[in-house]
Ligand binder design. Structure first.
Ligand SMILES: C[S@@+](CC[C@H](N)C(=O)[O-])C[C@H]1O[C@@H](n2cnc3c(N)ncnc32)[C@H](O)[C@@H]1O
Length: 486
């Protein structure tokens, strides 16, 4: 029987696939915006920092919050941001800072890596393979201190690691390694690329713990082989196109913060249509595993109130996986699935398969402008939709939803939940950064949710940890919380 890969390796690879480029973008934008320059030992409030930079508050916050979580900036509650000595030390090291800035220049070049490996030549006048060799395979100039080295690695190498992974997937190298090892020449022939350029990619993947050389052949490391098999590889690779969809926008994060110009603007209907359609088809592919999660949430609500005859509304339904769980939780529920028309096409086949069609309604509309009516629903679901909505629309949106909830009604919000100080978890902050760079909404903390829920009468609210997501459940105080509620 094969052993499971180590948890830390799984986290490492998932980080490279999803978040490493967000991390590099945040650190690079902090440097290019000069965001850290006004900071010292005395805390500077966020609004003052944004004012000094001539930038947008929300944008500055989405860049600086991950830096706080990583320990490069200190947040003193109620006072603002300051710099720990270790960060101040490397910021004032001119040669280190110029090396850092030089490497940031690689953002758009590394996206050309697949082409560089295929041709073995310069692409658009850039020696992309040489850039990788210099950064990963040749002796490195040492940084002034360990924190500086860490900053450099995250800022200058992480996005390049993601691109190496994307290239390995795109060229079919990961798929080839699932079948077993091969010599460099055999791999190059199978992939139809020059062995010399493939060698650079393979050796970079070795520095990332993905590949290893064994007696003249190259193969997955043991951990990579355990994590990436014929079943799991397609699932893993599905995250990569979504990462690439944000690549250009993240490369211009500084511009988005300074000028509020968004290269990937989800408030543009055409762009939103394309991205949400891709998202719905991607999450449809993982419907079964998502359903296990949403069914747990349905159980949680059923532990608080009966679902017999319940009218349920799933807002921003995507694949329909949350509403479907409530459809399955009791044979007498009726579920309304609300999203835009092109997304609802992805819901129909799931409802047919689960035999839920007769108790379902598909509702095409914009959740911010439709009329929800009064006392129409017992349960309203907001699964991963809040970060997609402009923050300024939320008070009015919650007021409409509260009006639509029947007595005893429950509102359930799922997705990421930030700590009360908004200083973690890191993956939630990176998710929030992507929302900023695509001109969407924000990820919120429990106090921020309470500030929206209390004024509309949903005065009882708690957060719960489910596997991979958190949920916030809110009501008017009519229900007892289940045992062990946070
Ligand atoms: C991140 S997806 C979440 C999908 C699904 N709820 C889930 O948790 O898997 C966000 C969904 O909200 C929908 N959405 C975004 N803005 C919307 C709006 N103004 N009105 C209706 N749906 C919207 C998108 O089409 C997309 O399907």
């Amino acid at each position: 029987m094969s052993q499971a890969p180590s948890t830390s390796f799984v986290q490492h690879l998932n980080f490279l696939a999803r978040d490493a480029s967000n991390e590099s973008a945040a650190l690079q934008a902090a440097v290019s915006l000069g965001l850290l320059n006004p900071l010292g030992a005395t805390p500077v409030p966020l609004s003052e920092l944004a004012r000094r930079l001539g930038a947008n508050v929300r944008g500055v916050r989405s860049v600086i919050e991950p830096l706080v979580a990583l320990g490069f900036v200190t947040l003193e509650e109620g006072r603002g941001y300051s710099l720990p000595e270790s960060t101040a030390a490397f910021l004032s090291d001119a040669s280190f800072m110029s090396r850092l800035k030089e490497n940031h220049d690689g953002w758009h070049a590394v996206a050309l890596l697949p082409q560089a490996v295929r041709t073995g030549a310069d692409v658009e006048g850039r020696d992309v393979l040489g850039w990788y060799r210099a950064l990963f395979l040749e002796p490195q100039v040492s940084a002034p201190n360990a924190r500086a080295e860490d900053f450099f690695d995250r800022s200058a190498r992480n996005f390049a690691r993601t691109q190496a992974l994307v290239t390995a997937a795109e060229l079919g190298l990961l798929e080839r390694w699932v079948k077993g090892p091969g010599s460099l020449d055999a791999l190059a022939e199978a992939l139809g690329v020059p062995a010399r350029s493939l060698e650079v990619l393979v050796k970079v993947l070795a520095t990332m713990g993905i590949a290893q050389e064994v007696e003249g052949t190259w193969a997955f490391t043991e951990d990579a082989a355990r994590m990436l098999d014929a079943n799991s590889l397609p699932y893993f690779q599905r995250a990569l196109p979504a990462t690439m969809a944000y690549w250009e926008a993240l490369g211009h994060l500084d511009e988005a913060v300074r000028e509020q110009r968004f290269r990937l603007d989800l408030r543009d209907p055409q762009t939103a249509r394309r991205i949400y359609q891709e998202n719905a088809s991607r999450i449809s592919g993982i419907f079964a595993s998502h359903l296990r999660l949403s069914r747990k949430a349905a159980e949680l609500v059923r532990g608080m109130r009966s679902l017999a005859g319940a009218r349920v509304l799933d807002v921003g339904t995507g694949s329909g996986v949350w509403g479907a769980a409530f459809g399955l939780a009791d044979p007498s529920t009726h579920v309304t699935f609300l999203d835009s028309p092109h997304v609802l096409d992805a819901v129909r086949p799931h409802l047919a398969k689960l035999k839920l069609e007769a108790r379902s309604r598909l509702w095409e509309g914009d959740c911010l402008s439709v009329d929800y009516g009064e006392a129409a629903y017992d349960v309203i679901l907001l699964p991963q939709i809040i970060p997609a909505l402009p923050s300024e629309s939320l008070p009015g949106f919650f007021a409409k939803l509260a009006r639509a909830l029947r007595p005893g009604g429950v509102l359930l919000i799922s997705g990421y939940l930030l700590t009360d100080r908004r200083d973690g978890p890191l993956d939630a902050l990176y998710f929030a950064l992507r929302r900023y760079v695509s001109n969407e909404g924000d990820v919120l903390s429990m106090p921020e949710f309470r500030a929206l829920l209390n004024p509309v009468g949903l005065t009882s609210a708690r957060g719960f940890d489910l596997p991979i997501q958190q949920v916030v459940v809110a009501h008017r105080g009519e229900h007892a919380w289940p045992e062990g509620a946070a």
